[in-house]
Design a protein around this ligand. Structure first.
Ligand SMILES: [Zn+2]
Length: 68
């Protein structure tokens, strides 16, 4: 039984933005640009208000639990 070593072991991280080898300075990204790009996307996602239909108040369901 020989220890099968994978020649292309995924040791080196790749930039999630462009797929290039990540730089330690900008891990896990390859450059500041990619890092900021990702951060920008992240912030955009945060800022973007998702379309959530409020279930708090539904006009049909008259749930009068508070009496008095
Ligand atoms: Zn990159």
């Amino acid at each position: 039984m020989a220890t099968a070593r994978r020649p292309d072991g995924p040791k080196k991280r790749q930039c999630p933005m462009c797929g290039q080898p990540a730089e330690s300075a900008y891990r896990p990204f390859c450059s500041k640009r990619c890092k900021e790009l990702d951060l920008g996307n992240w912030l955009n996602e945060s800022y973007r208000v998702p379309v959530v239909e409020t279930d708090d108040m539904d006009p049909d369901g008259e749930d009068d639990q508070f009496e008095g």
